[in-house]
Design a binder for this molecule. Sequence first.
Ligand SMILES: Nc1ncnc2c1ncn2[C@@H]1O[C@H](COP(=O)(O)OP(=O)(O)OP(=O)(O)O)[C@@H](O)[C@H]1O
Length: 590
Amino acid sequence: MEAYYPNSGGAWTTVSGRSSRKPGPPPAPAPRCGDGDKAAVGEVADAVEGLEIGGEGDGARRLDKYEIPVEVSGDGAPPPADTFEAAGLVEAVLRCVARAGYESPTPVQRYALPIAGAGRDLMACAQTGSGKTAAFCLPVISGLVNAEAGGGAWSGGGRRDRGSFDRVRVAKPRALILAPTRELAQQIHDEAKKFSSDTGLKVVVAYGGTPIRDQLRDLERGADILVATPGRLVDMVERSRISLEAIKFLVMDEADRMLDMGFEPQIRNIVDRMGMPKNSRQTMLFSATFPPEIQRLASDFLSNYIFITVGRVGSSTDLIEQTIEFVNDGEKRGFLLDLLQKQSVDVADSKLQQPLTLVFVETKREADSLRYWLYTKGFPATAIHGDRTQQERESALRSFKNGNTPIMVATDVASRGLDVPNVAHVINYDLPKSIEDYVHRIGRTGRAGKAGIATAFFSESNHHLAKGLLELMTEAKRDVPKWLVEYAERPYYGGSSYGGRGRRAGGGGGYGGRDYRRNDDYSGGGGRYNGGANNYAAGGDYSVHGDGYYAGGGRGGGGGRSSYHAEAPPPRYYPSYAMGTASISASGWN
Ligand SMILES: Nc1ncnc2c1ncn2[C@@H]1O[C@H](COP(=O)(O)OP(=O)(O)OP(=O)(O)O)[C@@H](O)[C@H]1O
C-alpha cells in the first residue's frame, strides 16, 4: 500500500514570483509511534522552515548573483552567454523557456549553450541540480529547428525524416539522448517536450520495463528526438524499428555512469556499430562527476571537444548541509527512527508532517524491509528499486513527489538525475560504493538554489570512503568529525575500493572536475579559457584538497568528536543528532 495521506496537491514553485503551483496544504499525519522530544521537534521544525520546503523565501531560487569557479579547456571556446537570447536559441524555444519560468541561464547553461550552439562537442561537469538538462535540451531543440529551416550551425541534412516510414516504418530520430535509468529518461522526455512544445518537433521516449509495443506505436508516428535507456534502444534497433543513421546530436546524461563498467559495451555498440554517423554528429556528455579514467574513455566518442567544469568539484555542496555520523550496522534503524521523529514538523492540532526524505540503502531487499519496518513504526514510506515492476516504481515516485509518502527508501536506481522538488533530507543509511555515487545521491536535495540536508551513516565497512568524504566535506567547509580524519589517514587494505572502472573512492584528482587532457601526458589539450563573465571567478585552479580540517566543530552532535583513538571504536552519537541550518551558505544560485 503506497498511500497514507490524501493527495496534498503538490508543492513546488518555479522562479521567484512565478509559481505555477502554490504549495498545497500539508499532508495529513500518519499515525505516529513515540511522542518524540518537544525541544528536538522544535529544533528540526526550525531547520525545516529554514529549508523553505515548498516555499519561496530565502531558500527559494535566486539567480541574480553568481560566484562560481568555471574552467573551460579546449580550442576556440565561444564566450558564455548572459541571457537565453544571447545564446542564439530560436524564437520558439525562447518562448518555451519563458513559459517554464526560467528568467536567466544558470552557470552551466551560460557556458554550455554557446558551445553547443557553435556545433562543438562538449564534456560538461557541473554540480547536481544546476540545470544540465536544459543545458543540453535547449541547444538540441534549437539546432533541429534551425536545421529544418536550413540555417544555423546544423544546417545541411536537416530534412525531417518523419514521413519516410512507408512499409517498414523505421523511425529515424535526429537527436538521441541516452540516460541510465528509466525514471531519468522519462524526466528528460518531459523536459524536452516542454521546451519543444512550440516547435512542432516530436519527442519520444523508449525505456525498459513497459510493453515495447506501446513505445513502438509512438515511434511509428515519428521521432525527431529520442530519449532512451541503452537496453531498450538496442532492442529496438535490432528489431529494425529505429535507425540511427540520421543522428545529428548525441547526448549522454550522467555520462560517467553510462561509460562505467555496466553500460560501456552497450554504449560502444550503439555509438560505433549501429550506423550512427561519426563525422557529422555533434556529441555532448554531461554529469556532475567525471573521473579522469572515464573522461579518457569518453574522449573516444568526441572530436576536438571543449571541457567545462562549473562550480565546486563534484557537488552543489554549498547548498547541502552535510553531516556524517558513525553508526554501527546493528544500530542504524534506531538512529534513523530518531532522525525521522526529530524532523517531523508539528503542523496543526498535534498533526505531524514529514519533510520529503530520501533514504538510500544498498540492497533491494533492505529497501523493502526498511520500508515495511518504517510503515510499522507509523512512518509513511515507499520504496523504489530494480526488483519492483515499472508500474510500482512510477507509483512510488509519484507518491513521494506529491507527499503521500514523504519518505522514500531507494537503491542507487534513484541516485542520479531525478529532480524531485523540495527533497529536504537525503539519508545515506548505507553509504554507496564510490564517492561519485555519494555526490549524486546527496544531490537529490539542495537543487536549483534551494538548501538541503544530507546525513550519512558511516560504519567500519565504509573505511574506503573516508578519504573521499573527508575531501568533500573539507571542500564544502563542513565540520569534519575527528574520527573521520583518523579513518582517512589510516591505510585501507580492504581490496579494491572502486565501485567500477575508473571510479575513485578516495583522494586525488577530484571528482573529474579537471580536464584530464591537461595532465602532463596529454599533448593535444590546449588553451585554457580564462575570460569568464564579470561575475565569475573564471579559471583559478582549485582542488579538493583543503588546507585544514574542521575537526573541532561542535555543532550539536555533529562535530567535535575529538575522543576517538585509532584502536578504539569510534564513539556513537546516538541519539544526539542535531540538524543545524545556520551555516547554509548557498553559492551559484543565490
Ligand atoms: N535557468 C533556470 N532557471 C530556473 N530554474 C532552472 C533553470 N535551469 C534549470 N532549472 C531547474 O533546476 C532544477 C534542476 O535542474 P536539472 O534537473 O536539469 O539539474 P541537473 O544539473 O541535471 O542535476 P543532476 O546532476 O542531479 O542530474 C530543475 O527543476 C529545473 O527545472
